[in-house]
Design a protein around this ligand. Structure first.
Ligand SMILES: Cc1cc2nc3c(=O)[nH]c(=O)nc-3n(C[C@H](O)[C@H](O)[C@H](O)COP(=O)(O)O)c2cc1C
Length: 469
């Protein structure tokens, strides 16, 4: 197997001739101009626009026209282009590409790294493989680079790297892989941050720093993918959904057979008589134990009206939006409130859905084993162990409402909306002298079963306990 590492400009990036003997980078948010290039360097860089050349081939071109003195300039600019993420590295074996390293974003600066032959390497706990637009790619949230696999070698190498290996050991283990190809392959993986140096005995070495050690793989991936920096596009493009997705109406249709009408407080009167914002902020506490007299249907009605009623609807950029007392990303108001009633004067125990446009509760189901499980789960999560709340309000997100606008950051937006709704609930409950407490987690599968929602269409993302003091 003869293998080479070919260098070429990333798709979408080119070096265009600006004036005589000068080139400028185009298609990248970074600027770089290479001025007054002797003819050898000019031809070498123009070769990067094609199907790729090895660095040795590029040096030969430079040497032929400019002599040896052109070589340092060639490597200086190659390193610069590489740091800017403008260069792709394709590993070609027996004239067939088997893997390619490309940089998906320009921050942080990219550094190509060669592996050391005597060092052991193992797959990073942050590395993951997935299929993306017909290619198998190996990525990690630690870097903005990824390796695409074009042959079975990638799968075999990744499987072997679950245990520490040197270049030679890897070449020994994977059929048809010689030392040179193994070395190039590992250099691609190391440059992408997908493997880490280790010793022969340690399959999961300690992370590079204490700060990194505390991150779970899924949290770091979620963070990097929902923030700008280590990826091409944060928001994404809804046109890239794998199938057409219809918009959802601004309010979930009311399809229940039984309703409980709720009372509406007089907002103008509350504006005059309510405690001040500072008073609410300063006296707000998480109260996890409820009074002997359960909360009433009147109080629940006032609470829901002040927190989450629909004030108006409007169209923005073709999307149906609404206005409610709390803010919401892109005015999408994807969060649905499901009161699970354990004890409330005037409402039979069971699971309900709050209808924000008509200000009433639609009955989802009577109290049964599935409702009981939601309440028991809340009791377990309550720091006052086992105390089941009078009311548990489950927040569920109609995912499409956000994803059609903010595809790549939909879930991050939803969690921010949950935080906002939690605080609105805390403040209203405080002003009403009720007992509020947010909960950190709940069982989304149980909720979907109980509420009869599709897990992917409308999934629970937050839980809040409410009761009398
Ligand atoms: C996002 C979030 C999740 C929480 N999760 C829980 C929980 O699972 N169980 C619980 O008893 N309290 C929970 N709490 C309440 C916090 O423990 C409480 O806010 C914190 O101790 C500060 O006390 P204070 O709210 O009385 O000021 C949560 C609060 C927030 C904002």
């Amino acid at each position: 197997m003869t293998s080479f590492l070919l260098l070429n400009l990333k798709t979408g990036i080119s070096l265009i001739e600006t004036s005589n003997q000068s080139l400028a980078l185009e298609g990248s948010s970074n600027t770089l101009s290479l001025e007054n290039l002797p003819s050898g360097l000019l031809s070498a860089f123009q070769e990067l626009d094609g199907s790729g050349k090895t660095s040795t081939q590029l040096s030969k071109i430079v040497r032929r026209f400019d002599g040896f003195q052109g070589i340092p300039t060639l490597y200086f600019y190659l390193a610069k282009l590489s740091r800017l993420g403008a260069i792709e590295y394709t590993l070609q074996a027996d004239n067939t590409p088997i893997a390619r390293l490309s940089v998906t974003s320009l921050t942080p600066p990219f550094e190509f790294q060669e592996v050391k032959v005597e060092t052991y390497y193992v797959l990073s706990r942050f590395a993951f493989c997935r299929s993306d637009r017909g290619q198998t790619v190996l990525e990690t949230p630690l870097s903005a680079a990824r390796v695409s696999f074009f042959s079975w070698h990638g799968g075999a190498i990744v499987a072997e790297l679950s245990q520490p290996k040197t270049v030679l050991e890897l070449a020994d283990r994977v059929p048809q892989l010689d030392e040179g190809t193994a070395r190039h392959f590992l250099s691609l993986l190391l440059s992408a941050g997908a493997i880490v140096p280790t010793t022969a005995e340690v399959a999961q070495p300690a992370d590079a720093t204490e700060d990194l050690a505390v991150w779970e793989f899924h949290d770091l991936l979620f963070h990097t993918r929902s923030r700008e920096g280590r990826q091409e596009s944060t928001i994404g493009d809804p046109r890239e959904f794998s199938r057409p997705v219809k918009p959802l109406p601004v309010v979930k249709p009311e399809t229940f057979s039984e309703y409980i009408e709720l009372c509406r407080p007089d907002i103008d009167q509350l504006k005059a008589s309510d405690i001040s914002l500072t008073q609410a902020l300063e006296t707000r506490r998480s109260i996890r134990e409820h009074g002997d007299e359960p909360i009433t249907v009147t109080q629940l009605g006032e609470f829901l009206y002040r927190v989450a009623r629909l004030r108006s609807t409007f169209i923005r950029e073709g999307n149906e939006c609404s206005s409610r007392p709390y803010p919401s990303s892109a005015a999408s108001y994807e969060l649905e409130l499901y009161p699970v009633i354990n004890a409330c004067q005037g409402i039979p125990s069971g699971l309900y859905h709050y209808c924000p446009q008509t200000h009433r509760l639609g009955k989802v189901r009577d109290r049964d084993r599935q409702v009981e499980e939601l309440l028991v789960d809340a009791g377990r999560t309550n720091e006052c162990r086992g105390k089941v709340p009078q009311i548990l309000i489950v927040l569920a997100a109609r995912y499409v409402r956000v994803a059609r606008t903010y595809q790549g950051i939909a879930y991050a937006g939803i969690l921010k909306d949950v935080g906002i709704l939690y605080q609105t609930m805390y403040l209203v409950a405080t002003s009403m002298n009720l007992a509020p407490c947010a909960l950190g987690f709940g069982n989304s599968d149980r909720f979907s079963r109980a509420a009869g929602t599709d897990y992917y269409a409308e999934t629970s993302v937050g839980e809040f306990m409410l009761g009398s003091r």
